[in-house]
Design a protein around this ligand. Structure first.
Ligand code: NAI
Length: 300
């Protein structure tokens, strides 16, 4: 098949100074994209730090002959999101794809975490993705082939001590599905990755994972093994919208949210639910949830 090339395409990757985002930015640039490498620096839990990983990533990309500019704005504020998009337009004159990858992480029992921290996690993961996507939207419409790649996590499906993080990622899942519907009429495709890679987040997750998992991931699951899926989803040829892909160490699968065949009983009682719970829950005939795409207006 023809090589998927990004010549003349401009892509923003948020949180691209290190970890997964950096691998995405490097692969996209190597394939010809002009890339805005956005990263405000900061510790894994979002605590500010005097570091400039965006500049380091840009130096590596341009040193290898690629095109990239740095942005140190935060995705977590409206001004920051607008500044990230303005950087793409002023540096490269257009915008074709956004990879919403910036993220913060911590593992804490849910009642131990102050309520304000829930806001921080929403601000970066969910509202960060909303804000950058909103600022980018007119340019993605103008592109005619706009692409958004969001980042969710297996943690949204329920894991110990990650209520703040997992539920913010769940909001990004809903955002992905609904933006896929909103973008349909404009040729904008919106998908998400649930990645697994040995980044600094795994150092943080170490004690929450089965023994040896974080070490195994650091050795065998580099971010570069997730990047090909991000590149495919950001490319003109991306053939899907509203999908989520689990990606780790070369394994790629579709994450399906679906409904079981269940039961139908017009005389439903609480006892029916109790008695037929097994049938309601049985997963032998699951239908993946479909996007409810808008129907064209009559006469259109
Ligand atoms: P990382 O910590 O290496 O990279 C995240 C980057 O985002 C950092 O460089 C950080 O400075 C940046 N960032 C944080 N807040 C920001 C903000 N407000 N504005 C701009 N940049 C900001 O982590 P990693 O592992 O590369 O994570 C990338 C994404 O993948 C995150 O969304 C994370 O939640 C998600 N993820 C990662 C998994 C893994 O196995 N590494 C598993 C599931 C999800």
């Amino acid at each position: 098949m023809t090589r998927l090339d990004f010549t003349d395409r401009v892509v923003i990757v948020t949180g691209a100074g290190r970890g997964l985002g950096r691998a995405y930015a490097e692969l996209l640039a190597a394939r010809g994209a002009a890339v805005v490498v956005n990263d405000l620096g900061g510790a894994v839990d979002g605590t500010p730090r005097d570091e400039d990983p965006a500049a380091e990533a840009v130096a590596a990309i341009t040193g290898a002959g690629g095109r990239a500019v740095a942005s140190t704005a935060s995705v977590a504020t409206e001004e920051g999101a607008e500044a990230i998009v303005a950087t793409a337009i002023s540096a490269f004159g257009r915008l074709d794809a956004v990879v919403n990858n910036a993220g913060i992480y911590s593992v804490r029992p849910w009642l131990e975490l102050p309520a304000s921290k829930y806001q921080d996690f929403l601000d970066v993961h969910y509202l960060g993705s909303v804000r950058v996507s909103r600022a980018a939207w007119p340019h993605l419409v103008a592109s005619g082939q706009g692409r958004i790649v969001n980042t969710v996590s297996a943690a949204m499906l329920g894991v110990p001590d990650m209520v703040h993080y997992g539920s913010a990622k769940g909001a990004v899942y809903g955002l992905t599905r609904n933006l896929a519907v909103a973008g349909h009429a404009h040729g904008i495709r919106v998908n998400a990755i649930a990645p697994g890679a040995g980044t600094r987040m795994m150092d943080e997750a170490k004690d929450a994972l089965p023994p040896g998992t974080a070490e195994f991931m650091k050795e065998h699951m580099p971010p570069s093994m997730v990047a090909p899926v991000a590149a495919y989803l950001a490319h003109d040829d991306c053939a899907v919208t509203g999908e989520v892909f689990n990606v780790a160490g070369g394994a790629v699968s579709r994450l399906v949210v679906g409904s079981t065949a269940g039961i139908s009983d017009p005389g439903l009682t609480p006892e029916t639910v109790a008695e037929r719970l097994g049938e309601i829950l049985a997963v032998d005939r699951v239908e993946p949830a479909e996007l409810m795409l808008p129907t064209p207006a009559a006469g259109a």
